[in-house]
Every structure is written in C-alpha cells, then in structure tokens.
Design a protein around this ligand. Structure first.
Ligand SMILES: NC(=O)c1ccc[n+]([C@@H]2O[C@H](COP(=O)([O-])OP(=O)(O)OC[C@H]3O[C@@H](n4cnc5c(N)ncnc54)[C@H](OP(=O)(O)O)[C@@H]3O)[C@@H](O)[C@H]2O)c1
Length: 334
C-alpha cells in the first residue's frame, strides 16, 4: 500500500481503527480474534493503528499493547486522551467523562503508556476539546509531553477550523481526526482546507459510515443492545430505512466500477485529498482485506460528481449525533 504523510511519519494510506475490537458496536470480540485482526492488518501493510484511552475504558489500549509490542518499530501508534471512564458516583461503574485539564492529560498519558507497553506514543490526540478549558491549555499540556519525550506528536479530534488554528498556534498539530465519509460531509465546510493549508493530516474516522455505507447492515433492530449506533438519529429505524434507499444507487456505482460499496466509500476519501487518511474499523478478517483493497480503486471525476448528486449531507435523513453527543463536539452536526 502507498504511504501518506502524517506529521513526521509516513503511514499507510489506510490505517486501522481498533475501537470496535473492544468497544462501541456490541460485545467486544474475543482476545484471539482481536489479535488476528491486528496482526493481519500489520501483515497486509497497515502502519497506522488507532486506539484511545476511552475504548473499552482502557481495554483496547491493553489489547493493542499486548499484541503489537513485538512489532512496535514497524508502525505508527496513535492513541487519545481527554475522554475516559471515571467512577463518578463511587459505585465502581465507569462513566464517560470529558476532561482536558493539564493534570488529567498528564496522568492519562502515563496510563496509556503503561497499557500500550511502550516508552513513547507516536501520535496522541485530544479526543474531545473540553470546552471548560481553553484549547491552548490542553494543547500546551500535550506540548509538554512532547518535550518530555512521552509522545512524539499531537492530534485533535472533532474540532472546528478556528479551534484548530488556535491549537496549532500553541503547538504544531500533526493530525486532525474527524468523522468524514460520503454521508458525513461537515469537514468540507472549512476544516479540510485548514488542514491542507497548515500541513496537518486529516484522519477520517467512521469512513464506511459505521457500517452503513457497506450495504450489509439492513436491519437496525438486529444491533446489539449496547451498540452506540442505537442512539444515533440516522440509525433510528425510520431514518435508516430512508437512508438505505439512497444506498441502492451508490451500491450500483460500486458494482459498475467492479468494487464493493465499502471499497468505494474508502477510495472516495482517498481521492478527496492527499492529506486524508481513512481508518476503517472491523472485527472481521474478510472485511479487513476488502477495506484495504480500496487503496487500489481509482475513481474518476465524473463518478465523484455522480456520488455528490446521489448522497451527501443534503440527502441523508437524520443527524449523525444525538443532542448530548453533539454538545460535546466543536463541529457541525450532519
Ligand atoms: N475520534 C473519534 O471521536 C472517533 C469516533 C469513532 C471512531 N473513531 C476511530 O475510527 C475508527 C473507525 O470508525 P468506526 O469503527 O466508527 O466506523 P467505520 O470504520 O466506518 O465502520 C465500522 C463498522 O463497519 C463494519 N465494516 C467495516 N468494513 C466492512 C466491510 N467491508 N463490509 C461490511 N461491514 C464492514 C464493521 O463491522 P465488522 O466488524 O463486521 O466488519 C463495523 O461495524 C474506529 O475504530 C476508531 O479508531 C474515532
């Protein structure tokens, strides 16, 4: 697979999102399956692995650390801080909390390093901007971690172009990670251009629309009770049915091109700019192989224009986040 620039690193054009091995879309996979997916990705040439303190409340970092430790020199390791599980009620139950205070970020980094079994994290993102803390303070704390050698570079997630510029003025930002796909176009407003101008890589999360763009998830009532998509408006049954209708034509485009809808979705992102790095997530070896093959799919300008007519923020039914999650991001909600 060809490489793309991410801060000081050259990484595979498609990275692996490790989240759903431990978190988010139903029950976590077995340790053995998690190991198989991670090692198959490495074998297939993936050199960017994305995890976070939040995922499985530490379990995902622990999995990545255990499995990937012997290969640590072969890939760029990305993790995140600023959003984690906290026992707020003292009853042993962890609740997701956004906390961007410098002392918290320093402590979280120590915990990440221990779980990841490494001396240094290549790219450490602020997972969410804690709006009660000026962005300069949180980013300043991450800059201190760079100077101390605990992390090599800084990223942000789900922030607007203006917040990105403020952060970048405080300390160089290597990457911005934000949701971007055929059905989530808000980065096109300003932040994609800001990244390009500032030389910041844009890491596209949920590139296959959390499964929607693959065409395989037909019935949302089959989702696991704990699946976070159940709380997302565009996965609500009526909205989802309407969205699936739009996918028929998109799938036909993929068929005409001789690829799968998932490959079309990932290839579309790769064609939107050289600074864009999609990180699909999967628990399945066959889906992994399928997704990585997208690096070899070419899309011409006429097809890009056709896709713009078939699916975009103007056609999709339902916002991507519910009100609570939306209040936690610094980006537009579509
Ligand atoms: N910064 C943030 O706030 C944030 C938020 C969300 C995610 N992320 C990162 O982005 C990564 C990817 O995002 P994501 O997992 O939310 O969304 P995604 O990659 O768009 O979609 C993952 C879903 O699609 C399915 N899938 C993947 N490839 C498939 C294929 N070829 N055919 C059929 N189904 C397929 C997976 O199911 P199977 O397991 O069955 O393949 C899974 O349910 C995460 O792992 C995480 O690292 C970051």
């Amino acid at each position: 697979m060809h490489n793309r620039k991410l801060g000081p690193f050259q990484v595979s054009a498609i990275g692996l999102g490790c989240m759903n091995l431990s978190h988010a879309y139903g029950a976590p996979v077995s340790a053995e399956q998690g190991e198989r997916v991670l090692l198959s990705a490495l074998d297939a040439g993936v050199t960017l692995f994305d995890t976070a303190t939040l995922y499985g409340f530490g379990a995902n970092e622990t999995l990545v650390g255990r499995v990937m430790k012997p290969y640590r020199q072969k890939f760029t390791l990305a993790s995140k801080c600023g959003m984690q599980g906290v026992d707020v009620n003292g009853d042993g139950k962890l609740v997701r909390v956004i906390d961007g205070r410098p002392a918290t970020l320093r402590k979280t980094c120590e915990d990440s390093l221990r779980r990841l079994q490494t001396d240094v994290i290549d790219l450490y993102y602020l997972h969410r901007w804690d709006k009660t803390v000026p962005i300069e303070e949180s980013v300043g704390a991450l800059g201190e971690l760079v100077r101390k050698g605990y992390i090599r570079s800084i990223g942000l997630s789900e922030v607007s172009a203006s917040t990105l510029r403020r952060a970048h003025a405080e300390h160089p930002v290597a990457a911005l990670q934000t949701e971007y796909s055929l059905w989530t176009r808000n980065p096109e407003i300003a932040v994609l251009d800001a990244c390009k101008e500032l030389g910041i890589a844009f890491v596209a999360f949920s590139p296959v629309g959390r499964g929607f763009l693959c065409g395989t998830l037909q019935d949302v009532s089959t989702l696991h009770a704990t699946d976070i998509r159940r709380s997302m408006p565009r996965f609500a049954p009526d909205n989802y049915t309407a969205n699936l209708q739009q996918l028929t034509a998109v799938s036909q485009v993929a068929k005409d091109m001789g690829c799968t809808p998932a490959q079309l979705a990932i290839a579309w992102l790769l064609h939107r700019g050289d600074h864009i790095i999609p990180i699909p997530g999967t628990t399945s070896l066959s889906h992994l192989a399928e997704d990585l093959e997208a690096a070899n799919v070419s899309i011409d300008a006429a097809t890009i224009a056709k896709l713009d007519r078939l699916i975009s923020q103007h056609t999709v039914v339902g916002s991507r986040y519910n009100a609570q999650s939306n209040s936690e991001v610094d980006t537009e909600n579509f």
